[in-house]
Design a binder for this molecule. Sequence first.
Ligand code: PEP
Length: 250
Amino acid sequence: TPGIRPLVAGNWKMNGTGASLNQLLMIGNGFMSGLDAETEALVCVPATLLTRAAEILSRTPVHVGGEDCHAEESGAHTGDISAEMLKDAGASHVIVGHSERRADHGEDDATVHAKAAAAWRAGLVAIICIGETRAEREAGATLDVLSRQIAGSVPVSATPANTVLAYEPVWAIGTGLTPTAADVAEAHAHIRARLVEKLGPAAAKIRILYGGSVKPSNARELLSVANVDGALVGGASLKAADFLGIAESY
Ligand code: PEP
């Protein structure tokens, strides 16, 4: 989208130990050499790696984020991690409402809405994920699902500064399958229209990322679609060469 600096964001999911940090260092070094002039970069890592990741990337333009947060600031929630804790560990962003969270942990739109607000409370940018399942697409319900998820998951105080949307068709995540460029264009135009309707004209500048089996070989086609303002990258973000290859396709 004209006037929007694209964001290429990685999501390591439940992958990575200290041995993986050399890949982060290579990503950081890659963005030191001019790539970041075009593209903003972020890698969301497991909470166990956040402090080390933030240290490794501190002298590079690459941001570090969390993959989920609890809606509350603190309290009796064993095993959960608050947005404030992510911020304290060096995160600047957090993914909320990833389809794996929605499926594995039963998170609904109201939960995702509360987590986005929690991210802002802690001073983090919320990356709010939406997207249809294969059954919903086959039923022709894709645009209705996106409308419903935007209505329920995106708080009205979302701005281009505090929020990024990620359109991730569930059936494209980790499968090697991708929608056609025309399907991506239709979904992103729909998301843009719903955001502007809900939030006002400023929402024309909210970044809308595409996610789902993005790799260096398909990034150029997917990322050149109208209203695609970057990518959310799962599997291919674990290898520095692949992640940098995707970023270079801009
Ligand atoms: C994701 O988990 O957000 C994702 C897009 O995964 P992958 O790139 O592996 O499909």
